[in-house]
Write a protein that binds this ligand. Structure first.
Ligand code: ZN
Length: 81
């Protein structure tokens, strides 16, 4: 905390985000991701391992969608608070 944005020098604060990923016509969304966001330019800083965990969560949803043969539509998951 307290470390300014390395992009613009603005203040960063924790926010809860959601992210959508699209692959082969399928959209998945992961919500409840806690990350530091610059209040000035909107740059997102994930905690160590956070970005990787997010990608893994999206991959899991894509696998679930393929397993369900749900090639269209949208899957979503929320990270427990
Ligand atoms: Zn910034």
């Amino acid at each position: 905390m307290g470390s300014p944005c390395s992009d613009c020098g603005g203040q960063v604060a924790y926010q809860t985000l959601s992210r959508e990923f699209e692959r082969e016509g399928m959209t998945v969304s992961v919500s409840g991701i806690r990350a530091l966001v610059c209040q000035q330019c909107g740059e997102v800083y994930f905690e160590p391992g956070g970005a990787q965990a997010l990608v893994e969560a999206a991959d899991s949803l894509f696998r679930l969608g393929q397993w369900n043969r749900q090639h269209k539509g949208k899957l979503s998951a929320a990270v427990p608070a």
